[in-house]
Design a protein around this ligand. Sequence first.
Ligand SMILES: [Zn+2]
Length: 120
Amino acid sequence: MSKRKSTTLQDSSAKKKSAANFKTEWLSELVETDTPTTKTKAPTKLGDIFTYRSKSDDVVCLYCKDAHASGDFATGKRWDDWKIDYLKRHVTQKSHPDSVSTLRLQKNRRFAQTTKRECR
Ligand SMILES: [Zn+2]
């Protein structure tokens, strides 16, 4: 008898555009972006760029954190209303590609040292 009522309730909540909570399935979404390990833009999982910390309910951009960039994403960014667009937008903001190029430089330097040792 009450079956019909609960179905209607579910339908209306599914239509909500923004989520009140971070959704871990967002981390499996692919974005076309620069990464420290690629030379050009490559499809990258959001989970390879961002990590969600449920304890503090915030998101950290691993590239910005590793590059010691300034900004909320390097230390932990949080919203009251979560949207996957916020994560996708961050990778196009200037501070993020800056972090990527910083890490690329660091990696190249480390790689040069390693090859030197190997070919000794
Ligand atoms: Zn970033």
